[in-house]
Design a binder for this molecule. Sequence first.
Ligand code: AMP
Length: 241
Amino acid sequence: MAVAVGQKQADGGNAVKIVPGPVLLLGAPGVGKGTQAKAIMAAWGVPQISTGDILRANVSGGTELGQAAKAIIDRGELVPDALVNEMVADRLTQPDTASGYILDGFPRTLGQAEWLDRHLEASSNRLPVVAVSIKVSYTQLLRRITGRRNCPVCKSIYNIYLQPPKVDEICDLDGTPLARRSDDTEAVFEERMRTYDSLTAPVVEHYRAQGRFEEVDGEQPVDAVTAAVMAAVLRLRGTAV
Ligand code: AMP
């Protein structure tokens, strides 16, 4: 049975099940969308859907989609809407999305946002989306992007400047050598920021205009950002349900 946000479960237990519905995490490359999505996923038990992760999985799996996307990703440009929308539509058919999900890195264009609105309107039993944007200064973003490393095995995320592993370039948890995304260079970052300003910033205005939008300060400690994002979702959901 679906349980509204903040209501107690019908089984009479004391546990409060949060049903956040679709949550969009917006923000420039490097603001921490992935880190925050993982934290919320752990807290609320809803999946993170990262279009970047799905695309990278296709690239490493050598699929047709991956082959088409690789060069685009490496230039810091956007994969065509039709391809990404189809990926998302497919992922949203999975049953684990029933009580909500965190979309990380989607929508990134007005076309994707409008497609998502239409797609959700056409689905039954779906709450409307709420959008939270994380804001971080340009200088900080550059450090976060060029210092970012990940563990290819357990997917932990590090930053050689801000959150280094105990041993240089080695995962603390499983000893695997850390990897760097091919698009996390300074030159590609600059192109990704240009793409963000011209194509993705209007998405923020789209959700702001719908009154389902809040912005949080992404330069606080990670836990404080998580708490701020979750509080924003609950506030928005309280008025948007
Ligand atoms: P991310 O991991 O979210 O930083 O995404 C990495 C790259 O994947 C982006 O720079 C784009 O090339 C591509 N990508 C991810 N999400 C999208 C999207 N919603 N629309 C188009 N391209 C995307």
